[in-house]
Design a protein around this ligand. Structure first.
Ligand code: AHG
Ligand code: MN
Ligand code: MN
Length: 324
């Protein structure tokens, strides 16, 4: 069976050539990252880097390696105006004639690295034109304005999942040719589900509405929902959202009373927005208790946000518990 390769797919979808080059650049570097990941302990790249990122989180060696690889690849693309990363304190200006800004989480699910479990790379591409040197302010656009968003899941297969605003497509890396080949053209999330995803160990720290919503799911057939729910938690947003794009479900990383000023764990500009763009493009919903995540006006590049995403009916219900 002959499959459509990523460059052909982008051309068929009439994606602008300058945007194509950014997506292809990200695809290429992700294939290189997957090779490093596959070497694991043999290459001495597991374990801690011995430093903290701007968020005060301990960096893993692979967080730093993946960040440096993506940064170098993007900086080599003339269409990239600037970049922002989880692992970079400040935005990094690139080419003055570039039309795009890229934000990324180089390695999502870092706690999975040392246990040979799934991790990913998340990216968001924003438009930008203008004469002046790029600043953080230029990046602070609502997620709705993304020109493209996607992730690479480094699992048993390496998969690239992207949207340029007309649906979601999945590609699988062919290890023989090094090409990403189309394996799912029209991803759609069913509006109903009986599967949810949350780090339940934080339960006592959640706000009261989230406590009662999850309690009602866990009560199953005997509770107000009248049906049983299953739970899954990979501890890498990429992998949890990938499962939802494949078979449905609800994912949430809620507000937590331990750090009330932090508004959740996940970062708006390189986690919630790109994954949110994909989920909405697949027919799902993406909310914070106060409104749709893609409509949020970001205040800074490392801003955090509580996230509720996935099956449309279930997300609406969860949000309703918060707004009642
Ligand atoms: P990162 O590794 O990029 O810092 O992100 C990890 C995030 C997200 O991927 C995942 O959903 C969550 O942290 C896992 O958190 P827990 O430690 O609460 O499981
Ligand atoms: Mn992450
Ligand atoms: Mn990360």
């Amino acid at each position: 069976m002959s499959r459509i390769a990523l460059p052909q797919y982008l051309a068929n979808a009439s994606v602008a050539p300058d945007l194509q080059s950014v997506i292809l650049g990200l695809a290429e570097v992700s294939a290189d990252i997957s090779k490093s990941l596959a070497k694991g302990a043999l290459a001495g790249i597991l374990g801690a880097a011995g430093a903290e990122n701007v968020q005060g989180e301990d960096q893993k060696k692979l967080d730093v390696i993946a960040n440096d690889m993506i940064k170098e690849a993007l900086a080599a693309l003339p269409n990239v105006r600037g970049l922002a990363s989880e692992e970079e304190p400040d935005v990094v200006p690139c080419h003055t004639n570039g039309n795009f800004l890229v934000t990324f989480d180089p390695l999502d699910g870092s706690s999975n690295i040392d246990i040979n479990s799934m991790v990913g790379t998340i990216f968001s591409v924003l438009p930008h034109t203008g004469e002046t040197a790029v600043t953080e302010q230029d990046f602070l656009q609502p997620g709705r304005q993304q020109a493209a968003a996607g992730y690479v899941l480094y699992g048993p297969s390496v998969m690239l999942v992207i949207s340029t605003g007309s649906g979601v497509a999945m590609f699988t890396l062919d290890q023989d040719s090094g090409n990403y080949l189309l394996t799912e053209a029209d991803v759609a999330i069913p509006s109903e589900t009986n599967e949810f995803s949350i780090n339940a160990s934080n339960q006592r720290h959640w706000a009261a509405p989230m406590q009662s919503y999850i309690a009602d799911l866990i009560a199953g057939k005997d509770g107000p929902r009248g049906k049983n729910f299953n739970m899954r938690w990979v501890a890498a947003m990429v992998a949890d959202v990938h499962r939802i794009l494949c078979r449905g479900g609800l994912f949430t990383y809620p507000w937590d009373s331990r750090k009330p000023e932090q508004a959740g764990k996940l970062r708006l500009m390189y986690e919630a927005n790109p994954m949110g763009f994909l989920v909405e493009q697949a027919g799902g919903e993406v909310w914070t208790p106060e409104g749709k995540i893609l409509d949020i006006q970001p205040a800074h590049i490392h801003q955090r946000v509580p996230v509720i995403l996935g099956a449309a009916t279930e997300v609406a219900l969860c949000v309703d518990y918060h707004q009642r």
